[in-house]
Design a protein around this ligand. Structure first.
Ligand SMILES: *Cc1c(COP(=O)(O)O)cnc(C)c1O
Length: 376
C-alpha cells in the first residue's frame, strides 16, 4: 500500500502550499465585512479579463447559473433549439430544458471527447438558435469550423469553459485565443475541483460584446437596470467576496497549475502509451491541454473491473460520465437526437479518469502506474 493517501484532487495540499497568501486575502475580506459585491469581486473580474484578454468578465454564483444567464441573455424563445454534445456534464442540457428550449444532441469525437464539428451541421434546423460547445476535460473544441458554421447559419455559440479555463485554441492562420473568448459568450465554474477553483461555489461569464455584457450583468442582478427598477426577468447570482479573494490568489498560479498537471499527464502518457488494452487521451493539434482530467478508455468491457481492482489498492478513479444525455431519464423524451450517438454511448462504458492534480508526487504516480499495468 502507498503510505500517502491518493486523491483525485488534493485540495488541502494545494491550500497548504499557498496558505499565507490565501489566508491574508481572506482575512482582508473579513476585516472589511463587505461579503457581498466587495472590492475583491471587481478586482478579480478585472484580473481574469486581463488574463483572458477580453473586455468583460461578469462573476456569478456558479457554472450552471452562468450557462442559464448566457442563454437568457441571448433572448432565446421557448421551443428554440440548442445544439449540445451527448457526452458531457448535465448542466448545459439542464438549463436548456429549464428555459423551455429544446436540447439537440450531437455525437462527440472519440479522440478528444468534444462535440464533433462535422456532425453539427446536420443537426441544424430552422428552430436552431445556438450551440453550446463544452470544452471537456481540459482542451478546446475545434472552434474554427464551429464558428464558421454558426456565422453561416446565424447561430450563437456559448462555450462552456468550466473544465478548460487557461487552454489556448490556435486558428488555422496561427491566431491564438483563450478558450471561452471565441464564442459569443463563455461560461465557467469555480467549483473546488475545477482548474480555477475557489472554496465553495462560483462562476463567471465572459464576453467581448458590450451589449451582451450589460444584459448579463442585469440578468444576474434581478434584471435591475438600477436599484428597484426591473427591466427584465433575472435571477440572483453572485460570486461571494471571500471566494473572489481566493480566486484572485489562485489566478496568479493558474499557468503553473496547468503545467503541474501537464507533467503528470506526460508521465501517464509515457507509461501507458504501449498498453494495448487502454487508449490514452489524445492531444488535439489546435488546442493546448490543461488536463482537468486524465481520461483513458479501457477496452474489452474491462473498465468497471479495473476500477474495482484499483480501488482495492487504494487508488481512486472516476467515471466521467457514466450515462449519456440521451439515456438520462429526465432528458430522454424532451431531447432531439441528431444522427448516431454511438460514440457517446460507447465512451460512457469505457472511460476512466485517473488521479491528476497539482500536488501529485512522482512516487504516488509510480504506484498508480504499476498497479494499473499489473491489472490490465
Ligand atoms: C462543473 C461544470 C458545470 C457546472 O458548474 P457548477 O459551478 O457546479 O454549477 C458546468 N459545465 C461543466 C462542463 C462542468 O464541468
Amino acid at each position: 500500500m502507498c503510505e500517502e493517501q491518493i486523491q483525485m484532487v488534493d485540495l488541502h495540499g494545494q491550500y497548504l502550499r499557498f496558505k499565507a497568501e490565501i489566508d491574508e486575502s481572506m482575512q482582508a475580506v473579513i476585516d472589511s465585512c463587505a461579503f457581498i459585491n466587495g472590492l475583491q469581486v471587481k478586482t478579480f473580474a478585472g484580473h481574469l479579463a486581463d488574463y483572458l484578454q477580453v473586455p468583460y468578465v461578469i462573476p456569478c454564483g456558479n457554472g450552471t447559473d452562468a450557462l442559464q444567464i448566457a442563454l437568457m441573455a441571448l433572448e432565446l424563445q421557448p421551443g428554440d433549439e440548442v445544439i449540445l454534445p451527448a457526452f458531457t456534464y448535465i448542466a448545459a442540457a439542464e438549463v436548456v430544458a429549464l428555459l423551455g428550449l429544446v436540447p439537440v444532441l450531437v455525437d462527440v469525437d472519440p479522440r478528444t471527447f468534444n462535440i464533433d464539428p462535422r456532425k453539427i451541421e446536420a443537426a441544424v434546423s430552422e428552430r436552431t438558435k445556438a450551440i453550446v460547445a463544452v470544452h471537456l476535460f481540459g482542451q478546446s473544441c475545434d472552434m474554427e469550423p464551429i464558428m464558421a458554421l454558426a456565422e453561416a447559419r446565424h447561430l450563437y455559440v456559448v462555450e462552456d469553459n468550466a473544465q478548460s479555463i487557461g487552454a489556448d485554441y490556435t486558428f488555422s492562420d496561427g491566431r491564438v485565443q483563450k478558450t471561452g473568448t471565441i464564442g459569443h459568450i463563455g461560461t465557467t465554474s469555480f467549483f473546488p475541483s475545477k482548474p480555477l477553483a475557489c472554496y465553495g461555489d462560483g462562476g463567471a461569464l465572459i464576453t467581448s460584446d458590450e451589449e451582451l455584457a450589460t444584459r448579463i450583468r442585469m440578468i444576474a442582478n434581478h434584471g435591475q437596470e438600477c436599484k428597484y427598477h426591473h427591466k427584465r426577468i433575472g435571477c440572483n447570482s453572485r460570486l461571494d467576496t471571500l471566494q473572489a479573494a481566493i480566486l484572485d490568489v489562485k489566478l496568479k498560479h493558474l499557468e503553473e497549475f496547468a503545467e503541474a498537471r501537464r507533467q503528470v499527464a506526460s508521465r501517464y502518457d509515457e507509461a501507458l502509451s504501449s498498453c494495448d488494452s487502454l487508449v490514452i487521451p489524445a492531444r488535439s493539434a489546435f488546442s493546448t491541454h490543461v488536463y482537468h482530467q486524465y481520461t483513458v478508455q479501457v477496452k474489452d468491457g474491462r473498465r468497471n473491473a479495473l476500477q474495482c481492482l484499483l480501488k482495492e489498492r487504494g487508488i481512486p478513479s472516476m467515471v466521467y460520465y457514466p450515462v449519456p444525455v440521451h439515456h438520462q431519464e429526465a432528458y430522454r423524451r424532451i431531447s432531439r437526437v441528431s444522427g448516431s450517438l454511438d460514440v457517446s454511448t460507447r465512451l460512457c462504458e469505457s472511460v476512466l479518469s485517473l488521479p491528476i492534480h497539482t500536488e501529485m508526487s512522482p512516487g504516488q504516480q509510480q504506484y498508480i502506474i504499476e498497479n494499473l499495468k499489473k491489472n490490465l
